[in-house]
Design a protein around this ligand. Structure first.
Ligand code: FEO
Length: 392
């Protein structure tokens, strides 16, 4: 696709990847993604903000074919999906300097072997004059790497945020047109990438609050012409209260855990608690991550295999611990026949979660009447705790 004009002298560049289905060899991309770069032609200096993954370099170079000169490349984030083509841009425009912060400089030198003499480093809130336009660099660390920053184009009130506020969404819309659709994609993005850093993200949101922003331009997904839409959504995800929801990732091998899950879900629903159930054989882990943003309680369902929890359950529990959701309670349900350490293994895997463990229910063989009574009691207990916490 050719470069697209955003405003006078400001252009979208990059690549819309409709076919991408997996990011970082981990994250499902049901809606593809985009890699956005931005070209700003000031009256004196021309700057490119971020690039694209190295395998897409030819697309970006073709878009820049008619650009007579480039003075600066800005790297807001050193991860390769945005930095990978920097060496090729610097080769095409040997006079250009690479602007970033000292932390990103070290990472870019390690990852891409960019020579030290190519860099100009900027301090927090330092400005760069392009003649009739001014860029201000604002450090916003840990969204989601330590070196991340954003850039504010003062005269046009555009905040370039790279991953911050991004969404994995392939679309020809330059701007958000369907907020509900982008809300889901942006929440998925937040859940998978940003949630572990929610405290520092809150500080970064406060830091940018004093800027008069007309457009937020992330490096994945469409731009936001109504910045409050995504800023308010982030505030809710970061610090809004947990909700009256149980998230239930589970595996069943021969049906015992499945029977327990079915009974337990019905029991919770009768008591007014919403449930998001994820059979880990088929689930999209992005959907699980989204559900974890709001869950008041997590209940893990597992059979016993090879003396412990099912490996898919181990993987989901590891991911949940790494994502650090705001849930307040956690329990385990499942089955065994001749022993095993599922409960000990799983409860030992969640040091990052600030949760109260509620007594697990583990059936020997197929669940008995006593096991169903215990599940009923667990559901009652969770419903009461949610009421006490005021979860809605
Ligand atoms: Fe889109 Fe952290 O890279």
């Amino acid at each position: 696709m050719e470069a697209r004009k955003i405003k006078d002298k400001i252009y979208w560049m990059g690549f819309i990847d409709w076919d991408a289905r997996l990011f970082d060899s981990l994250i499902p991309l049901p809606d593809g993604t985009s890699y956005n770069a931005f070209l700003i032609e000031g009256s004196e200096k021309t700057v490119l903000i971020d690039t694209v993954d190295a395998h897409l370099k030819d697309e970006l170079l073709a878009q820049m074919d008619h650009i007579p000169k480039l003075d600066y490349v800005v790297s807001l984030h050193a991860e390769q999906d945005h930095s990978g083509s920097i060496p090729y841009i610097l080769k095409r425009f040997p006079e250009a300097k690479l602007i970033t912060n000292p932390k990103a400089k070290r990472i870019l030198m390690d990852l891409l072997f960019i020579p030290e003499e190519s860099f100009i480093t900027v301090t927090d809130r330092e400005t760069l004059s392009l003649g009739d336009k001014t860029l201000e660099f604002i450090y916003t660390p840990w969204v989601h790497w330590p070196e991340t920053m954003v850039a504010y184009l003062r005269e046009d009130k555009i905040l370039f945020t790279c991953d911050f506020f991004g969404s994995h969404l392939a679309t020809t819309d330059l701007y958000v047109t369907d907020e509900a659709r982008v809300y889901e994609a942006a929440k998925r993005y937040y859940a998978e990438i940003m949630m572990p850093f929610n405290k520092i993200i809150r500080k970064n949101i406060d830091k940018i609050a004093s800027y008069d922003i007309s457009i937020i331009a992330p490096s994945h997904g469409p731009m936001y012409p109504r910045p409050s839409f995504i800023i308010d959504a982030y505030k809710d995800w970061v610090e809004g209260p947990a909700k009256n929801i149980v998230v239930l990732p589970y595996i069943s091998m021969h049906g015992s855990t499945r029977k327990m899950v079915d009974f337990f879900v019905s029991s919770l629903v009768k008591k007014g608690v919403a449930v998001e159930e994820f059979n880990l054989v088929i689930t999209d882990i992005g959907k699980l991550a989204i559900a974890l943003v709001d869950a008041g309680t997590i209940v893990i369902g597992t059979p016993t295999v090879l003396g412990g929890p099912h490996p898919y359950v181990v993987s989901a529990t590891y991911l949940t611990n790494a994502l650090r959701p705001k849930a307040k309670f956690l329990s385990i349900i499942g089955s065994y026949e001749w022993g095993g350490k599922s409960v000990e293994t799983l409860t030992g895997m969640i040091p990052n979660l600030n949760v109260e463990i509620i007594e697990p229910v583990i059936a020997k063989g197929s669940p008995s009447e006593a096991d169903f009574e215990a599940l009923e009691h667990l559901a009652e207990n969770i419903a009461n705790k949610h009421k006490e916490q005021g979860f809605k």
